[in-house]
Design a binder for this molecule. Structure first.
Ligand code: ATP
Length: 196
């Protein structure tokens, strides 16, 4: 379960903000254009979204706070998602696991799991185990897209929400490795036969 979001230098969030999310429903209210949707963008960003368009930006550097009359532009954007692990869904021995992503103006990207440098793949595994993925964010029109996508889209959305997406991806990766190994074995057999 997502228990807190920490945002710094991302879009409208010039100053560091920590948003605790209590169990149940959290409503975020504010005037149009005040940055409500930027919070969902921040969650997708931390989950490793690679397309700036999906985050409603022209390029990745547009995600970094651009400056205002009173505040200078930020040099980096950082989002941390705190995941509650009291139920043990995440296969790490901690009651709480933080995953984060930071991008800087010079184009560097950094992912962290529990404060330690990690790969995007590691972040995805942890998020997936916690049942968090890009399908956890339903934007306006997203429900329509899932329904229009038919049974396959519905199943994928349900699997991601249930934390099964990570196993589907592991199965696909294992199947690809198996296929590669079978090809190598076949080539070795042919070589062996030609030498015999
Ligand atoms: P609505 O519900 O009307 O869509 P909202 O509260 O969801 O509004 P967002 O769409 O989240 O608002 O926020 C848009 C605002 O974010 C715009 O004012 C835009 O200028 C600002 N913004 C986007 N990127 C940056 C950035 N890099 N630096 C500063 N401000 C930014």
């Amino acid at each position: 379960m997502l228990s807190a979001i920490y945002i710094k230098g991302f879009k409208t969030f010039a100053r560091p903000v920590r948003m605790p999310l209590e169990p149940g429903v959290t409503a975020i209210v504010g005037p149009n254009g005040s940055g409500k949707s930027n919070i969902t963008d921040a969650v997708l960003f931390a989950l490793g979204e690679q397309s700036p368009g999906v985050l409603r930006a022209g390029g990745m550097s547009d995600l970094i706070f651009a400056g205002s009359e009173s505040l200078p532009a930020a040099n980096a954007a950082e989002v941390t998602l705190v995941l509650d692990n009291s139920g043990g869904e995440i296969s790490l021995p901690y009651g709480e696991v933080a995953i984060s992503r930071r991008i800087s103006r010079d184009g560097r990207t950094e992912y962290r799991v529990g404060g330690a440098r990690a790969r995007l793949a590691d972040v995805r595994v942890v998020a997936g185990e916690a049942g968090l993925g890009r399908h956890s964010i339903l934007r306006q029109g997203a429900v329509d897209a899932i329904v229009a996508g038919g049974a396959a889209a519905c199943r994928q959305a349900l699997e991601e929400s249930a934390g099964l997406g990570v196993y589907r991806r592991r199965r696909l990766a294992a199947a690809r490795r198996l296929e590669k190994a079978a090809g190598q074995l076949e080539r070795t057999r042919q070589l062996e036969a030609s030498l015999a």
